[in-house]
Write a protein that binds this ligand. Sequence first.
Ligand code: MIG
Length: 767
Amino acid sequence: MLDWQQQQTFSINGMTITVISPGIIRVFQDRGYSVRSKAIAALPWEKTVVNVTRGKEVTELRTDTLVLKLDEEGHVDVYDVAGNPLAVDYRGKRAPQGLDKVDQEHRKLVAGEGHSLGAQAPQEAAITVIKQLTPTVHFYGLGDKTGYLDKRGYAYDNWNVDFSAPQLEIQPNLYKSIPVMFSLDHGHPVGLFFDNPSRSHFDFGRENPAYYYYSADEGNLDYYILGGATLKEVVANYTRLTGYTPLPQKWTLGYQQSRWGYSRSATEMMAVADGLTKHKIPCDAIHLDIDYMDGYRDFTWDQEKYPEGPRKFVAAMKRKGYRLVTIIDAGVKKDEQYSVYKEGEEHHYFIRNHDGSPYVNTVWPGDAVFPDFGNPVVRQWWGRKQRFLTDLGIAGTWNDMNEPASFNGPLPLDLECTDEDTTAPQRQVHNVYGHNMSRATYEGIKDATGLRPFVITRAAYAGTQKYSTVWTGDNRSIWPHLQWAIPQLCNLGLSGFPFCGTDIGGFASDTTPELLVRWIEAALFSPLYRNHSELGTRHQEPWAFDDQTLRIYRQYVRLRYRFIPYLYDLFAQHQKTGLPVMRPVILNYPDDERAANLNDEYMVGDDLLVAPVVVKAQRRRLVYLPAGEWVDFWNNREYAGNQDIVVDAPLERLPLFVRKNAVIPWGRVTMHVAATPDKQMRFRVFGNNGTTVHYQDNGRDFKYQKGEYNLYQVTVTVGQATVKLKHHGYAPCYQEVAVETMMGVQRFRYAGQEQYVAVKEEAENEE
Ligand code: MIG
């Protein structure tokens, strides 16, 4: 620790308080556990002026963003600089209210009938942080927990599980553990990030409306207080701490088609590709689920199902224009003839029983062992294994079953695992298993290809966004799961994961044409835009139903390609702002109570407001427009904000509004995201005065980090457009730019340096 960092570190009442920056303060108390953070790669230290006032009973620490009051009983009370309470310790003890106490005997009786009694955190946990709950506070974050946007009144567990029963709003835990929460009280925001991967619990007033609390089974007391003037600043501080999602390859924002079962033969895969081509559905990747493997062995390929071998198959798909993404499961088949098992066993790369033998459970391949991903050497080994896929030309790795899932009961809690340079029982590192697997995968692919890795993972911990995209796991083809897609993805976005998606159409159960259509509409701006379904369910390719379904589906996938440059701009901005792409309205309008628990609308960046129909048979809906002025995307009709409007939403209509005067880059509709640099770009202006900065690079590798990118400034003043290059680092800049205002199209030609000059208007021919 440097001198000045030392000066920002205070020892108070047995706790270490570290001021990382004005808006990030760490509260730490050693309880004898390892302190190697998985979430934080490097602390975002900033030289900070800290005013310390040591009073008789209370010590006060003050930065220009946060005020902490610490008393001798160990309370940590957090205020903003104006004196608004943000997170004040509750002075009483936990006292469950109205929750039924059930003895063991009755518990068994109820369980015998198949009912479970839900999450009951132990009354006495090793770590408890308990705060006063005011009637007006809202809670967000926690990743993709089920249920509604505002978590108030609910309780959740952080313990990664494979959960295949229908997810309900009362389900306390799913595949990911992202122990960050944001609270907002009358617009005053704060975040608390508990960097402890042990099993933990959040209760937002479910147990007692007087308090909310966090508790953990074990680990150190280790949390970060995140401050900021706005919810955006608080979220930005969280991302600064746990890391940004690196720019994805541009094609990953295209449509993707998947289904468990496609990969059981080369013929079936080809048929999917041909279906997409024939029905003119733009698509950038087709996914191969577990059936392509030889007996579910990772990094193998079934030669019988693919008689010409994987290399020719991948090449043939590439000629058709389709990239391939392959699934990799966490469980490695226990098979003495299988090289991955043999190598791993020889080098002790698998999680061990106490006698040192590899621990065996059952997953798809039968008996399986589990790579010890907490070991950096195992991560490197696993990373090198990615070359089997990248050498074949596979474009991405989809990591599944990495909670880890196991069919023969859960992994024993005390199995011996590696935690970097020490060991830890499984229970202490369980929640970072998927995180470490993703990290290994990311680093391996980056090494092998030099390209921006495309990794998808089901299990994750805080900070996994640095390595991987996530999806919300096994949802169902039911309307509630379409409804929850919005709050789930919005909360994931706030929790540091801008690149996320749901299985479009629903994974389990049979979809219906109406549900599928509403899902492809609602998910239009979901960064990961993938249709995926379960083996044995009704097919849900866009052409699996009637003409109308196909036509509407195609219309929206094509529209998606129009918005890819806008989405890509938001990913580029995320590198600096830490803000998500798809976001809850409350993030942009934190003072608007109407937005606080708005579950059926979302925003994309600051400019688009999406109000999908997520209710069966609904053909009109109420749309809440926040402050400002809004333009209906479909007919340019203008509305004042701060009001509810009723809009028609026949099956083919996604209610979509654009912030007045927004300037939106408007991409080309192509069957696949172009591999060659775009020579032209069009901007649509929803008003007559507006400006935007648009980002361009090669969409593939890391050269942008060395300045190989372009920034275009497009400005419209009283209907007159100007275009210039603000930064020119990527040689092939656009040769032609068109700016379309509501009054007409103005065209520009690149004139060298940073200049674009207007060319005479001609009759408009949209490509
Ligand atoms: O338990 O590989 O969530 O997307 O299709 C099933 C088969 C295992 C679970 C994943 C799902 C995938 C499926 N997998």
